[in-house]
Design a protein around this ligand. Sequence first.
Ligand code: ZN
Length: 129
Amino acid sequence: MKKTIISPSPIAPCRFECTPAPSVFPRTVTPCRNNARENGWCEHHEYAARLLERARSYGCPRLEIVTTYTRYDMATHKEVNEQFVWEIGRGVDAWIAVCERVTPEHARKIEAVLEWECSGLFGKKSKVA
Ligand SMILES: [Zn+2]
């Protein structure tokens, strides 16, 4: 059965999905309620659009981002710094999935890694030997 979806407004909402703060439960993702501009993103999430544009200009490559974060260890009652490798898959779909939820802080980090890996301005890391 076909459903016809009639948009109530000619202005589409921003495609960004807001994740709640780490302490908030349930961890329900809510769509951004702002009106999107022509590029599909609202003014507030322009940084996500910019990151996606940047990734597209490099052909949406696979990227590994090493991130450190601090967690509170319940057993020792100490803050522990941990590292994990975050992988973004190759292709525009993988990048869109990231950009739809990325925080400004992470967007900056991802963009830096992207420039480092893809722009060629910094040379190849493998040359350093
Ligand atoms: Zn938005």
